[in-house]
Design a protein around this ligand. Structure first.
Ligand SMILES: [Mn+2]
Length: 248
């Protein structure tokens, strides 16, 4: 019975396929927890979404909501593009989804179903938290939502930055760290790639926080990790799968 957490995919269908093949999940035993940002970046949006939906039918899967997923969901449900979306890797998602559902309107509902199912966060039986961005440890999660809105869960980088001593202005470090440690057993996040802190493309651990996004959306790798043994499985570099594709 393994619980495996998987970082940001960003339309990199081949990296995802590569990592799932290596994991070789066991039906009805293993649980796959995806940390969000399925879309935007590489050109394979519809293949990535269809593959994730097929995994969901076979295995125990939990899908967390990422900030990029919100852009795509908004587009699918309203037809409106967020002004920041296309310049942040969204043009590939936009082109692919639009092309697919213009020729087959039912396809829009199939994709929308996936986005509507996404969880803001997930807490397992051992009080481990799985979340895309982060939260404010000074407040409970429900108070985070009331105070900041749900956006904090998929946009926050303060948690990561503060634990990395990048931004400690106005906070008492020891107390902050204590609050993080007391809040959950372990905390798994995507959103902020480890490349910003370390050139090794491995998950980074600070206190009880694990950063699992190792940059598959760009030139980094897609990482999956067994949360108990900390065994990892990784794709090749993201750009190897799409040698002719240029990010805008
Ligand atoms: Mn991301």
């Amino acid at each position: 019975m393994r619980t495996i957490v998987i970082g940001d995919i960003h339309n990199n269908f081949f990296a995802l396929n590569d990592v799932i093949t290596q994991i070789n999940p066991v039906i009805e035993e293993d649980t796959l927890i995806f940390l969000g940002d399925y879309v935007d970046g590489w050109p394979d949006c519809s293949r990535t979404l269809s593959y994730l939906q097929s995994l969901d039918k076979i295995y125990n899967c939990i899908f967390i909501k990422g900030n990029h997923d919100v852009y795509a969901e908004t587009f699918l449900s309203t037809g409106v593009c967020h002004p920041d979306w296309k310049n942040n890797g969204g043009y590939s998602t936009y082109d692919d989804l639009l092309g697919k559902f213009e020729s087959n309107p039912e396809q829009r509902d199939i994709y929308l179903k996936f986005f509507k199912k996404l969880h803001l966060y997930y807490i397992d039986d051992n009080n481990n938290l799985f979340i895309h961005g982060g939260f404010d440890p000074e407040r409970t999660l429900s108070k985070n939502k009331k105070f900041y809105g749900e956006e904090i869960f998929y946009w926050d980088r303060d948690l990561v930055n503060k634990l990395h001593n990048k931004d400690l202005s106005g906070i008492k470090t020891d107390e902050y760290i204590k609050k993080v440690k007391n809040s959950f057993n372990e905390i798994y996040v995507g959103h902020t790639t480890t490349q910003q802190y370390d050139s090794e493309l491995k998950p980074l651990n600070f206190y009880n926080l694990w950063m699992v996004d190792t940059g598959a959306g760009w030139s980094g790798k897609l990482t999956a990790m067994d949360i108990d043994t900390k065994e990892i499985w990784q794709s090749n570099y993201g750009n190897i799968y799409y040698p002719n594709w240029k990010h805008l």
